[in-house]
Design a protein. Structure first.
Lengths: 194, 194, 194, 194
DNA sequence: CATGAATGAGGATTCATTCAT
DNA sequence: GATGAATGAATCCTCATTCAT
């Protein structure tokens, strides 16, 4: 195995190639040969950086989930008002899911994952929910949302609506993603149906 | 192959066994032998009813999607007010996803599916969105929701929130599903965050 | 198993159906279901008359070889002169091989056959050669062929030429079989090339 | 797949091993594992060189048929007189069929072959017949055979007699092949029975 | 007697992984 | 370090055979 020092660069390259291949073919459909070819290296070289297909998958999963969590955190932190925060999340969500949607779905077959990665995954999800809950808590303090709002359910509503919107746009709607009216989505979440 | 007349019963039995096995192991992890054993029959018998593992999967997918669509339709139709309709959907959603969640996730790897099944799947999704949009339209007429509400986005919000809630309860929350406060969820959707 | 008394008729029916199917698909390609369907009976019924696919094949082989041997014997016996005898053989050969050629080829994979059937087959071949050798012997006595002719080689020449002619006509030549000039073939055999 | 440059050697090795196994067990009886073992390689390696059992079979068939055709051409070309040419053919035929007889028989189940290979096979047969016809034509010019001889039938007679002789020696006669009196066979063909 | 639904042994094929170069 | 030819374990599927009806 290669000393950890110089590994970083190529490791990331392989992971990015693998994300594309896993997304296109699913876990079992993704042959190591495809991944190597996509990364522009030999089949054997992948094994210098990852000890098995499965561990490569798990590394990617962790990596992606962390990327997602961090991006979301930043989206929230960068917004001034709660509305702006959610707006940022909507934009980031669309962008991220557009690139990783398939991978996310593969990842959801949580049943096939190891305990270790499963915990990581669930933990990350929980952390994301916490981010939102804290955001709501802050919004309550600033009086931007009603004070009797259940924070868990609010988080649910935001996450669910944003995700569902992405799904519909990506799977059902042929239009490009750049003309999305994020403001309108956020409006529905904030104002509700009534 | 067995005449279509008498096939129905055993076909359904196999499909139900297969849903369990697919859910537990994923598509590629689900060996035909497991499925046969789960259905209490011999391996070869599965092939009397489905011409391949893949087509078995597709049949199940169609079947599940249709079951879901029909259940949702009924949930909406059985409610008097819009609030009650959404409440019904929430209950049905929780119940259905609890039994099929894993399968639904496997199914979402839409990329690996045939054109035919993919169209069926997308079509069913579209129909479901239509159900909700029509519900919103009716609600507008009755003045239960504001008249400037975008129907598509409203559907997004309802579907997304209900689904996300289920996911959180099923994956992250160890509590049983029967003490869910569906009313609270619906409240958030209807009143929004503010 | 069915009492041998009334078996004869249906047994022959099955064998004839099986010859057609074996000829069309080869031994391993011929499914018992095809054979049953071709004979217009149920799959299980075939097993009432033959204890296995393999033994069915062997029975057919014996049957066909015997049919061929008998037909050839008759062809020889029915001719007055040697030339006429060979002429009859040529006609019978063409007719028989046209119906059984593929089966004959399948049968030639002697290696896969049991010792028993192999001996029967080889014995029948030997008997056929004997028929021809006796014919030649008779012809020598009548002065129709030269007296220094090797009987074995003469048989070889007759059998080989007639068979090869059939093969060419059946495999390479699209013309129907009824306008064959058997006299010309026999001439070549009798007069030689010179 | 391995680059075509360096494939040649091992490909031929596998084909030769496969000829032995196909000859011994027939097409369906020949397990890929046997073939691999016979070639002294792993099962998977065969698939690096041939995409399926069937295509391996077809490649062998083409290869064998071409080998046969070329050997026969040379036999004819190397003879001075027509008699010598046929003599050469008889020797080559015996030698080749002794090594390939079983495979040739398997190959004759032309019905199961693909259109492509079938055409190749039939074409090769036709070419062989042409070789003989041209030989006869030349013999006519040199006055070695009578001028009214039908070339097609003459070819038939030569091919058939030589093949039939081989069959008899290989299948029915326990004697070794080296004491064959090829001259006697050729005599019968050239002088005829009379 | 006849049937055909059910069975499971058997074999072609795939692909993650190894290791000699 | 990098490679890709070789490997064989693992699995889908076929079909001869059985046996309950």
């Amino acid at each position: 195995m290669i000393p950890t020092a110089s590994r970083g660069g190529k490791q990331i390259e392989i992971m990015n190639a693998a994300i594309r291949v896993f997304s296109k073919h699913g876990f079992d459909g993704a042959k190591m040969e495809y991944i190597a070819k996509e990364a522009g290296i030999g089949k054997g070289t992948v094994y210098e950086y990852f000890k098995s297909k499965y561990s490569l998958f798990e590394e990617i999963l962790k990596y992606s989930v962390d990327q997602y969590r961090l991006g979301l955190k930043q989206s929230i932190d960068n917004g001034q008002t709660t509305e702006e925060k959610i707006l940022n999340c909507s934009r980031f969500n669309t962008q991220f899911l557009n690139n990783h949607m398939d991978f996310v779905h593969i990842a959801m077959q949580v049943k096939i994952l190891s305990e270790d990665i499963r915990h990581h995954h669930i933990a990350a999800q929980s952390v994301i929910i916490e981010y939102y809950k804290e955001m709501i808590k802050g919004a309550k303090d600033k009086g931007e949302v009603r004070s009797d709002l259940d924070e868990e359910l609010a988080a649910c509503c935001i996450i669910g609506t944003l995700d569902q919107f992405c799904k519909q746009r990506i799977f059902l709607d042929p239009r490009p993603l750049d003309d999305i009216d994020h403001q309108a989505i956020v409006d529905v979440v904030i104002r509700g149906l009534r």
